[in-house]
Design a protein around this ligand. Structure first.
Ligand SMILES: Cc1cc2nc3c(=O)[nH]c(=O)nc-3n(C[C@H](O)[C@H](O)[C@H](O)COP(=O)(O)OP(=O)(O)OC[C@H]3O[C@@H](n4cnc5c(N)ncnc54)[C@H](O)[C@@H]3O)c2cc1C
Length: 473
């Protein structure tokens, strides 16, 4: 899909009016390519009177835009794709509204709840599971939710023991940097290896540690997930509620309202390739050759994508390291599966290395039920019979009617959700939050609190970066 540039049509050069925001948010069907369209072959330079240029129209960028606008400043948002939202992608499938990316909110995430109140957007509870299907000594076993969660709670409390001390203040993760010295180098797999677990118990835990790590539990940091647990209240039961709420209108709804309130000039299909600081200004160049200048720039893209932009002068050490090592995980495939069968709504988990690691029940349809599946790297989601077999292993007696997969880690402009690697908390913070001259950095990946896999963190980082940017204008 491509558009021709037309001087008389603002949408044609990627500019977005308020009414177009809604359309842009849901423009692409799930499964369609998310690569940006080549809008406006951009030979021209584009003069702009923006106070701050924001690169990226995800939750972090939208928060920056809204906060700067509230301070009376004029933001310009350059977004690579032909839609807003980034790793939030509300769309429809099998007649239902679905989330191809971020799907749930937790009750203990104050910033997103303040935004929901601000824009008068309600939430509703997600579908409750009526049973759990978990690895057993001989194949899978079915448990009622209370029994499963009680056992899981005990196992995770052993796994995370000590985290209440080393994250005494979970919103200030370096507060006990002294205690973190021995813990931050550990991967989730290292921690599993320290415990005396039966093979079954190990599988109960490593299905989740491998999902969050993007394949192998050796990729994710123990301190990454332990901080989430402490932010949630300290127990696994409380942590599970981070997957309990959905906003009316979808995960995109608040973001749309933020950009609308900001009256932000949002240019879609405008991938930034170069950011140059000189004197008191910063010049931003898109892949089409369009240039924009402003006294400050906020880079609000996923950490993994920073390396695709040429910064002059080059990025500081911590930022270079974050982008080259990656905070975004290497495998983040979320599949919506339409399942037929008489099985009650079930949460199903399988051990690390399995084709599907976790399935979560979603809405009932006329023909069956939708499920969200998080896969492991061993499953080829292009192979329908492999998907069918993998689903039937977890949900026996069911048939897959259809499915749609989004391989987020392969998306050029976002990548997957984030989970810090071992050593990154002490190795990158607090330097990663600091300005690089007139360039500021925002994004869920580098949040202090709900980092990586939560829009709460993207909003937090957006508030911080907006405050930093305002001092430079
Ligand atoms: C499958 C999946 C499930 C998730 N589930 C949840 C969940 O249930 N709950 C939850 O709270 N969070 C969840 N998350 C995490 C959440 O989506 C992210 O933490 C959050 O959306 C990150 O927002 P952001 O603004 O930091 O980055 P992004 O959303 O990645 O936004 C960055 C934007 O920058 C743009 N961009 C990149 N490069 C350029 C460039 N060169 N020029 C211009 N623009 C550029 C991108 O296109 C993108 O729009 C999930 C994520 C994924 C992938």
């Amino acid at each position: 899909m491509s558009f021709r540039r037309s001087a008389s049509n603002p949408a044609a050069d990627g500019r977005l009016g308020r009414r177009s925001l809604l359309k842009a948010a849901g423009a692409s069907a799930l499964g369609a390519t998310l690569l940006s369209t080549t809008v406006g072959a951009g030979r021209a330079h584009a003069a702009t009177a923006a106070d701050v240029i924001i690169i990226g129209a995800g939750y972090a960028g939208a928060t920056v835009a809204r906060e700067l606008a509230l301070k009376g400043l004029k933001p310009l948002v350059l977004e690579a794709q032909n839609r807003i939202g980034g790793r939030v992608f509300t769309t429809t499938y099998a007649g239902a509204q679905i989330e191809a990316g971020a799907g749930w909110l937790g009750p203990q995430q104050p910033l997103i709840h303040a935004e929901l109140r601000r824009y008068n957007i309600g939430t509703y509870e997600d579908v409750a599971a009526e049973q759990f299907i978990l690895p057993g000594t001989q194949g899978f076993q079915t448990l009622d939710p209370t029994a499963a969660l009680t056992s899981l709670d005990q196992l995770w409390s052993t796994f995370y023991s000590g985290s209440a001390n080393y994250f005494e203040r979970p919103y200030d993760p370096l507060y006990r940097a002294d205690l973190l010295q021995s813990v931050d180098p550990l991967s989730l797999a290292d921690r599993l290896g320290q415990l005396s677990l039966s093979p079954t118990e190990k599988q109960w835990l490593n299905s989740e540690t491998s999902v969050y790590s993007g394949g192998s539990s050796s990729l994710g940091a123990l301190t990454g997930m332990a901080q989430w647990i402490q932010l949630a209240g300290g127990t696994y039961g409380e942590y599970t509620t981070t997957m309990s709420l959905r906003p009316v209108g979808g995960m995109i709804a608040v973001l749309q309202k933020m950009l609308t309130e900001a009256q932000a000039d949002v240019r879609l299909s405008s991938p930034v390739k170069k950011v140059t600081q000189s004197g008191g200004t910063v010049t931003v160049e898109t892949t089409s050759g369009a240039t924009f200048t402003a006294p400050a720039v906020v880079v609000a893209t996923s950490t993994n994508t920073w390396k695709n932009i040429t910064f002059s002068p080059g990025l500081p050490t911590a930022h270079k390291r974050a982008s080259s090592e990656g905070i975004g995980i290497p495998h983040a495939t979320k599949v919506w599966v339409h399942v037929q069968g008489s099985i009650p709504p079930s949460v199903a988990q399988a051990g690390e290395g399995s084709p599907i690691l976790m399935m979560v029940p979603q809405v009932k349809t006329a023909k069956g039920r939708l499920y969200v599946a998080f896969t492991g790297p061993s499953l080829d989601v292009a192979n329908a019979s492999a998907v069918q077999t993998a689903v039937q292993q977890l949900l026996p007696g069911t048939t897959v009617l259809e499915y749609q997969a989004m391989e987020w880690a392969k998306q050029q402009y976002t990548g997957g959700w984030g989970l810090r690697r071992p050593g990154q908390l002490l190795g990158l913070f607090p330097a990663i939050e600091q300005p690089h001259g007139r360039i500021l950095f925002a994004g869920g990946d580098i949040a202090k609190g709900w980092h990586g896999a939560f829009i709460e963190g993207a909003i937090e980082s957006g508030f911080r970066a907006a405050g930093q940017a305002a001092t430079l204008v």
